[in-house]
Design a protein around this ligand. Structure first.
Ligand code: F6P
Length: 319
């Protein structure tokens, strides 16, 4: 393996830069050239590539976003688009690729391997929605951003005696809501894996109020519904005044936590090592404390299940 390409794709996540840095520096340390691809698979098709060196990744380990920028590519889903990408990779002499992104990006990585370019995926997404790995890069940072927001909103919730609904990201996976909700002491956590039981949410609110509780935080994953609508329903059903906050893309930015930086550094370096060992069509993950490589197809076929214990614990502790 003489020349390794690297790209970031799909929604960005804090820690992607630390992963790029690890790919570039580990590859150079092992005697490879590195080509950075701008704007994901779209940039690959359009030939937006340039050689990277040790200084290209200086001063980025602490920065959110991705210096390579990102895109969700429609063209790469077509055979014609993939052919164009392959030609570009040949021109630049790319013999192996590292793709940093979520499940959609991993499907693209599988296609690259099928085209004869060994490719390794690195999980960069705040959603933590990939079942083969305990953690994805960016999840910890997003969770901490939400926990900080909960603390701020709780202050004003207490002052006014309101119920505050906080909508967080997660269309199919409620990990951000569940873990940030547990860490932030939310009264109710509503996630796609369980769905909304409006009566139960209202019962809990009224019970809390009767016990003299002043604040109420309801954490809602976007996949279940909107915070504004939920707030209006709760107000109507309980008579308790509500306010809604949608955290949106604040969860996707910001300086990565130490956990995400370490995870990204280990995963990015591992991806390069796997390519050098002659592996392909794998995604890197973490199980327990071990960095692992799993076949892409197998990894994507594992269903992400609800962590029932954590969900029940959060419910018990938020009485
Ligand atoms: O997959 C990551 C994610 O942040 C989801 O949680 C969210 O639903 C989506 O991306 C938002 O995408 P976009 O930035 O394209 O609006």
């Amino acid at each position: 393996m003489k020349t390794v390409g690297v790209l970031t794709s799909g929604g960005d996540s804090p820690g992607m830069n630390a992963a790029i840095r690890a790919v570039v520096r580990n590859a150079i340390a092992k005697g490879c050239r590195v080509i950075g691809v701008r704007r994901g698979y779209d940039g690959l098709i359009q030939g937006q590539l340039e050689e990277m060196n040790l200084s290209s990744v200086a001063d980025i380990i602490h920065r959110g976003g991705t210096i390579l920028r990102t895109a969700r590519s429609e063209e790469f889903r077509t055979e014609e688009g993939r052919k164009k990408a392959l030609n570009v990779m040949k021109v630049f002499g790319i013999e192996g690729m590292v793709v940093i992104g979520g499940d959609g990006s991993f499907r693209g990585a599988e296609e690259l391997s099928k085209l004869g370019i060994p490719t390794i995926g690195v999980p960069g997404t705040i959603d933590n929605d990939l079942a083969y790995t305990d953690y994805t890069i960016g999840f910890d940072t997003a969770m901490n951003t939400v926990v900080e927001a909960i603390s701020r909103i709780r202050d004003t919730s207490t002052s006014h005696g309101r119920a505050n609904i906080i909508e967080v990201m997660g269309r199919h996976c409620g990990d951000i809501a569940l873990h940030a909700g547990l860490a932030g002491g939310a009264e109710s956590i509503i996630i796609p894996e369980v769905g909304l039981d409006i009566e139960q949410v209202c019962r809990k609110l009224i019970k809390g109020k009767n016990r003299g509780k002043l604040h109420s935080i309801i954490l809602l994953a976007e996949g279940v519904g909107g915070a504004i609508e939920l707030g209006a329903t709760i107000e109507e059903m309980t008579g308790i005044e509500t306010r809604a906050t949608i955290l949106g893309h604040t969860q996707r930015g910001g300086s990565p936590t130490a956990f995400d930086r370490v995870l990204a550094s280990k995963m990015g370096a591992k991806a390069v090592d796997l390519l050098i060992e002659g592996k392909q069509s794998l995604v890197v993950g973490i199980k327990g404390n071990e960095i692992i490589g799993v076949d892409i197809e197998k990894a994507l076929s594992i269903e992400k299940k609800l962590d029932k214990e954590t969900y029940q614990l959060a419910d018990i502790l938020s009485m």
